[in-house]
Design a protein around this ligand. Structure first.
Ligand code: NAD
Ligand code: UDP
Ligand code: UDP
Length: 338
């Protein structure tokens, strides 16, 4: 059993070692909603490794049991199939609230962001747990300020096709601050910028997963619009590190968590060609409505207050994701432990 348990010497080695006896951190009970998803499952790996007891609540809408299957024999781990739109009673110390159908083809789910977040805040209030919301860079809409700083209020179309996602997250942020101010709840808000890595949904329509799957399947890379729009791509281990630092730190946020390395979609296609198949063709397609033209995080606040910054550049992270996609597309379709 490779599991590190708090109080056991290997636990302290795994968190940096040489922690004086009196300062040992107590193992926590942590709820991760959406923990069977892409980001959630990587977060769960780190929490379990740290020695915490972890409960995942997930309705498997876009997540997969295979993402957490390697923990199922661990007595400190539990998965509950549950939709956060329904109330739930649990006892935990911290709640990482990730549940949300995040990918563009599942946009129409304002309700999860609003009712689901309300329920998790109600739960946190009843049990006095610290609550972390995973919000998104989409709250900045099609930004008129570049790069985006947390103090920017955004440029969002409230009735557009993307509004169920961006307005949903904006409401989730509002609710989170309401519970903080009104019920004294300890809260944390992360605004996550485009993140990629192993266990990403293969066919969810996001650009990195699309290009990688297309190149592996010898299909053309579909570039929407003229391909000059930009995004900044963060490797998932950097994000997980940032989320944990935010939860453990003293600052509410919001904090931008993203990699400031900015790429046009054509540049991204080039990185994918270089990594997988130099002969991969590019096919232009019409872009979707309200597509943000530019996006790049200003991460000064997270650097200063959380001591966090991303470490993995795109050209290093992409090959790690390709290994996982190759396995899932061509080989064993089940569990992914990357
Ligand atoms: P994901 O789809 O892989 O994970 C979301 C998880 O939530 C899935 O396991 C899904 O089954 C679960 N879920 C959805 N609706 C639910 C419901 N009603 N009840 C219970 N579980 C439910 O997506 P992800 O990329 O891992 O995203 C995790 C969080 O990070 C989301 O809140 C998302 O908005 C946020 N985020 C992600 C990115 C990114 O680039 N990956 C960017 C910005 C924000
Ligand atoms: N809630 C929950 N689990 C709990 C406590 C509350 O799911 O342990 C839900 C509850 O059903 C409600 C929401 O959280 O829909 C908000 O709860 P709160 O107590 O803040 O509001 P109220 O119920 O007073 O409207
Ligand atoms: N995009 C693309 N080809 C694809 C999928 C997406 O060119 O196959 C573009 C899309 O138009 C957008 C960018 O890539 O400009 C990022 O899209 P994604 O859905 O991954 O993330 P988001 O728009 O939410 O940042």
């Amino acid at each position: 059993n490779h599991l590190a348990v708090a109080g056991h010497p290997s636990f302290h080695e795994s968190v940096g070692g040489k922690v004086p006896l009196g300062l040992r951190r107590r193992a926590l009970r942590v709820l991760v909603t959406g923990g069977a998803g892409f980001v959630g499952s990587h977060l769960v790996d780190r929490l379990v490794e740290r020695g915490d007891s972890v409960i995942v609540v997930d309705n498997f809408f876009t997540g997969r049991k295979g993402n957490v299957a390697h923990h199922l024999q661990n007595p400190r781990f539990e998965v509950i199939r549950h939709d956060v739109v329904e109330p739930i009673l649990l006892e935990v110390d911290q709640i990482y609230h990730l549940a949300c159908p995040a990918s563009p083809v599942h946009y129409k789910w304002h309700k999860t962001n609003v009712v689901g977040t309300l329920n998790m805040l109600g739960l946190a209030k009843r049990i006095g747990a610290r609550f972390l919301l995973t919000s998104t860079s989409e709250v900045y809409g099609d930004p008129l300020q570049h790069p985006q700083v947390e103090t920017y209020w955004g440029n969002v179309n409230p009735i557009g096709v993307r509004s169920c996602y961006d307005e949903g997250k904006r409401t989730a942020e509002t609710l989170t601050m309401d519970y903080h101010r009104g019920a004294n709840l300890e809260v944390r808000i992360a605004r996550i910028f485009n993140t990629y890595g192993p266990r990403m949904c293969i066919d969810d329509g996001r650009v990195v997963s699309n290009f990688v799957a297309q190149a592996l399947r010898k299909e053309p890379l579909t570039v929407y619009g003229d391909g000059k729009q930009t995004r900044s791509f963060q490797y998932v281990s950097d994000l997980v590190e940032g989320l944990m630092k935010l939860m453990e730190g003293d600052h509410i946020g919001p904090f931008n968590l993203g990699n400031p390395g900015e790429f046009t979609m054509l540049e991204l296609a080039k990185v994918v060609q270089d990594t997988i198949d130099p002969d991969a063709r590019i096919e232009f397609r019409p872009n979707t409505a309200d597509d943000p033209h530019k996006r790049k995080p200003d991460i000064s606040r997270a650097k200063e207050l959380l001591g966090w910054e991303p470490k993995v550049p795109l050209r290093e992270g992409l090959p790690r994701m390709v290994t996982d996609f190759r396995k899932r597309i061509f080989g064993d379709q089940g569990e992914s432990t990357e």
